[in-house]
Design a protein around this ligand. Structure first.
Ligand code: ZN
Length: 109
């Protein structure tokens, strides 16, 4: 099982809080979430019939009551901390297109 380094879980929680991503569950309204250990990877396909051409690394939270899973793109959430991330550095930013453009903050609205 993957486990975050001791200080890293708190850094992620701090980043979520700074971003305002600490509101109640959008499905059931419950207040408590768990931060999942480890990164998740969303596959990016250029065409439906082809395999993945890139991936977007995310971290995920799960609602303690209903299990609603939400994901946050690492390159956006941790834009200032990305080089310090466990397993971070240049390889973590290797995802093409969407991950790179998301880093510009264009997703904020
Ligand atoms: Zn919920």
């Amino acid at each position: 099982m993957v486990a975050w380094p001791p200080d890293w879980q708190q850094r992620l929680i701090d980043a979520l809080t700074r971003a305002g991503a600490d509101r109640p569950c959008p499905r059931c309204g419950h207040d408590d979430f768990q931060l999942m250990d480890g990164y998740f990877s969303l596959a990016v396909q250029a065409r439906l019939g082809d395999g993945p051409v890139a991936s977007i690394p995310t971290v995920a939270t799960v609602c303690d009551r209903c299990g609603f899973l939400s994901q946050h793109v690492v390159n956006v959430l941790l834009a200032t901390d990305i080089d310090d991330a466990p397993g971070g550095g240049p390889a973590a930013g290797s995802s093409a297109g969407p991950g790179s453009s998301a880093g510009s903050g264009e997703l904020a609205s």
